[in-house]
Design a protein around this ligand. Structure first.
Ligand code: 5GP
Ligand code: ZN
Length: 119
């Protein structure tokens, strides 16, 4: 069923606690944890507890939870104290754009200068 945990999904396993992660914040609908290969001094992933393959699919099926992910990205930026200097929220979508885990997630990056446009 849509949104149900997927046995082969790494982030569903993190939500379930079956794969360890450095969790920095949790809500009823989201989990935020440090990226295992940080690309900036602060690099946190915010994921919905429910499984959808990407952010757009999440937004169509569960717009309220998509909004929760966005709000949590801002909460993480404040908690990590990168809101003052600026930060970036990224949803890689599709393998061609660098998506490697097909469970919707926001990257929250900050703590260094961020070039525009990104690579
Ligand atoms: P994507 O490439 O799909 O946009 O982002 C997936 C992210 O998940 C990558 O930045 C990658 O470093 C991170 N990642 C992959 N495996 C793990 C893991 O086991 N634990 C954590 N915390 N992050 C992971
Ligand atoms: Zn999943």
């Amino acid at each position: 069923m849509a949104g149900e945990p997927q046995a082969d999904c790494l982030f569903c396993k993190i939500v379930a606690g079956d794969v360890p992660a450095t969790v920095v914040r949790e809500t009823e609908t989201t989990v935020a944890f440090r990226d295992i290969h940080p690309q900036a001094p602060t690099h946190v992933l915010v994921i919905p507890r429910v499984h959808y393959p990407d952010a757009a699919a999440l937004a169509v099926a569960e717009p309220g939870i998509a909004a929760d992910v966005l709000r949590e990205a801002g909460e993480i930026a404040a908690q990590e104290k990168i809101d003052g200097t600026g930060y970036r929220v990224i949803f890689n979508t599709g393998a061609g754009a660098g998506q490697t885990v097909f469970h919707a997630h926001a990257h929250v990056l900050g703590g260094r200068g961020l070039n525009w446009p990104p690579g």
